[in-house]
Design a protein around this ligand. Structure first.
Ligand SMILES: Nc1ncnc2c1ncn2[C@@H]1O[C@H](COP(=O)(O)OP(=O)(O)OP(=O)(O)O)[C@@H](O)[C@H]1O
Ligand SMILES: [Mg+2]
Length: 259
């Protein structure tokens, strides 16, 4: 029962887009997939063609030790979704404080899912470090690090490679980090240079690249992932390739529970 965290030190790089679409792709590969939103924007749900009315999510009523299985939604894609919820800014701060003050609480909430064989949990992380990361980083089997193919992202790579990214990595279970360059535009010379330098620096840890593709933005406007909106688009093929790579990394834990 692997856990994949989609994260980035940067905002707006495609974390939510990748979480939703890699989730759908992993489902097509054969995994049962639970996508969980840990970002106050509650935007993951917007990729799954769901009704607009508010539904409770992970940030609601933390004091009541809720059973998160009751908040899981089966989406039309077949991916299960646990949304962040409609917490106000104050509610979101309270949720963070609750998690900070109760070490282990988050793990206990998630434990109910750990017994399901063939279930992969894919998590949309908020940008940058977060209190949720304190526990989720330690639970993750794989981190998908989303970056843009631009100079600021490239400048961050050495720091990321030194491990200045994950907060709590248990020495006995070091998680892999797979990098994904998003919004790649090969027609731009600077972008090509960034890609080449990233390939040199990351080698096999570069899990894939996703082209900048208008179909991705159009899909989001239709509340779909690009895999459902434009299955033959360049971005869909890119995302399937990234998901295959993620699958290969996770396949050894297929069918395993977690103690
Ligand atoms: N490959 C792509 N091609 C074109 N547009 C893209 C691509 N990937 C993401 N986008 C667009 O970029 C914007 C940001 O994407 P997204 O919301 O997934 O980023 P994020 O990292 O989750 O942002 P935040 O840090 O705010 O949570 C969205 O409008 C999305 O549709
Ligand atoms: Mg996001």
């Amino acid at each position: 029962m692997p856990v994949v965290c989609v994260a980035s030190p940067k905002g707006g790089v495609g974390k939510t887009t990748l979480t939703a679409s890699i989730g759908v792709a992993l489902h097509r590969i054969g995994w049962r997939v639970l996508a969980i939103d840990f970002d106050h924007q509650n935007a993951l749900r917007l990729h799954f063609e769901l009704p607009a009315e508010p539904v409770p999510g992970i940030a609601d009523d933390m004091d009541g030790d809720p059973d998160w299985t009751e908040r899981v939604i089966e989406t039309p894609t077949g991916v299960y979704l646990l949304p962040f919820g409609d917490a106000s800014a104050a509610g979101s701060m309270q949720a963070q404080a609750h998690v900070a003050q109760h070490p282990g609480w988050l793990r206990n909430r998630l434990e109910v899912f750990f017994g399901y064989p063939d279930l992969v949990i894919i998590i949309d992380m908020p940008p940058g470090p977060s209190v949720y990361g304190l526990e989720l980083d330690a639970l993750a089997d794989l981190h998908v690090a989303a970056l843009l193919a631009d100079a600021p992202s490239l400048a961050l790579l050495p720091k990321l490679r030194q491990g200045d990214y994950l907060l709590e990595v248990p020495a006995e279970r070091p998680a892999a980090i797979g990098y994904v360059l998003n919004q790649v535009e090969p027609q731009r010379p600077l972008c090509r240079d960034v890609v080449a330098l990233s390939q040199d620096m990351l080698g096999d840890d570069l899990y894939g690249m996703v082209h900048r593709d208008e179909a991705v933005a159009e899909a989001a406007a239709c509340q779909l992932t690009v895999l459902d909106y434009a299955p033959d688009s360049v971005a869909s093929r890119d995302i399937m390739a990234v998901a295959e790579r993620v699958h290969l990394g996770l396949a050894p834990s297929w069918g395993e529970g977690r103690g």
